[in-house]
Design a protein. Structure first.
Length: 437
């Protein structure tokens, strides 16, 4: 969840960049050239606790690549707060890096600018083949039916984290597997100033991640087959209402969570104020806040009934980071070699262990490190019950419009205003109108 603060301005940039011929020209069939075969520039996303930590992690790996290929990589670690705007500026100006990291939910939007190298069969073969990667991760790399705009680099999914002591004190022996059980357990846990479930009610992207999954469970995609917004279907309305009702009706989320947007729910969890939280790879954060591994447990995100799986048993969006190449690169061969290096089995093990993510490369997942309880849940979820967010050019508008509607509904709930099916539908109608403007 490291890119939740990204600006939602891609759609405007798509219309501007559509007139820019692939962010510049080149001499190869891929749209790039080999004018500078000994150098590459790389914009890495901030995956670690700081920019300096990322530099310390990545620099030795880039030195290995240089030793193997003779290609020097100039690294810049870009904060998430700046990354999207930097990329958008590069798509219109042509002054960008050779290789860059992008949040996977941006893939289709950035694909529509025409600025990124398409990963067709030929380009995938240059890095070992498409079948090396988990299907769900590749599905989050661009619009269905078109060559992906990027290659999966770090993968993540959601899990349910729970406080073992708070569960034991409430007489609860196992984490809830269904939403009904979560509510039952939640009412036992929500007492004496403590609450069952944490939320980030003012974080638009987090709102989308949760309501998208619930929408899948209610048979709603939020977009129709032609890619048009469909926010007011019965399933979409039910999904949003179910999520907000954890605060409004079930009273298992603290009203103050309506204002959370900066991971405060994790702090509450670490301090024993909240018994459960839905999150991606939270172990390092818990450790940094003083929790011991034995203090908390991890389980799959609940489903309506039965066990997680495909379609209506989806219990996570496909989260993660993709790696893209600008089509106007002056080292197209070197850029593909670098992507191959970063997605090699060995580098995937090294980097994903360090960052607490799941390798999207199948062979790398065999490393025992990824069989640890937390990572096993995340890995199994990613492989069997996660779905990518809608791969449409205006996905960022979707996050803003519907995420804001959910934020406003949480504010209503916190203030004591009834949240009804009618009020949810009205907010979603407003969000859909915003998308159509």
């Amino acid at each position: 969840m490291r890119h939740l603060r990204a600006a939602a301005a891609i759609t405007l940039a798509v219309s501007v960049a559509a007139g820019v011929t692939g962010c510049g020209g080149g001499t190869s069939s891929d749209g790039g050239s080999n004018e500078s075969p000994k150098t590459l520039t790389y914009w890495a996303s901030n995956q670690g606790p700081s920019i300096e930590a990322d530099k310390k992690i990545l620099t030795p790996e880039l030195k290995k690549f240089e030793k193997e290929t003779g290609i020097k990589v100039k690294l810049e670690v870009v904060p998430w707060a700046d990354l999207l705007n930097r990329i958008l500026a590069a798509t219109t100006s042509g002054q960008g890096p050779d290789v860059l990291n992008i949040g996977n939910t941006w893939s289709a939007s950035l694909q529509a600018t025409g600025a990124l190298l398409p990963w067709d069969d030929k380009n995938f073969e240059a890095i070992g083949g498409r079948d090396r990667f988990i299907d769900s991760a590749v599905a989050s790399a661009g619009k269905e039916g078109e060559p992906p705009a990027a290659v999966p680099l770090y993968s993540l999914s959601y899990a349910l984290y729970y406080n073992k002591k708070m569960f034991a004190d409430a007489g609860i022996t196992t984490p809830p597997a269904t939403w009904d059980q979560l509510v039952v357990d939640g009412k036992k846990l929500s007492k004496d100033g403590k609450w069952a479930l944490g939320a980030e009610g003012s974080n638009l992207s987090n709102n989308i991640h949760q309501t998208f999954v619930l929408g899948q469970q209610h048979g709603a995609d939020f977009f129709d087959e032609e890619g048009k917004a469909d926010f007011t279907s019965d399933g979409a309305v039910a999904a949003v209402k179910q999520y907000v009702d954890f605060m409004a009706k079930d009273k298992i989320i603290a009203p103050g969570n309506a204002e959370y947007a900066q991971n405060q729910s994790l702090t509450d969890f670490a301090k024993g104020k909240t018994a459960m939280v839905l999150w991606q790879a939270a172990a390092t954060t818990f450790a940094a806040q003083g929790m011991k591994p034995e203090d908390w447990g991890v389980a799959p995100v609940p489903v309506p009934a039965g066990a997680p799986g495909a379609d209506k048993q989806t219990n996570s969006m496909v989260a993660g980071i993709n790696m893209a190449v600008f089509k106007n690169t002056r080292n197209i061969d070197g850029a593909k070699k670098f992507v191959k290096f970063m997605t090699s089995d060995e580098e995937q093990k090294i980097l994903c262990k360090t960052y607490g993510s799941i390798p999207p490369v199948k062979a790398a997942q065999s490393d025992p490190a990824f069989a640890a309880p937390e990572l096993k849940v995340l890995r199994d979820t990613l492989a069997t019950s996660a779905a990518p967010l809608p791969q449409v050019p205006n996905e960022s508008q979707f996050e803003t419009a519907v995420g804001t509607a959910v934020k406003e509904l949480f504010a209503d709930a916190a203030g004591g205003t009834p949240v009804t099916t009618e009020s949810v539908k009205a907010r979603l109608e407003k969000a859909q109108q915003t998308m159509q403007q």
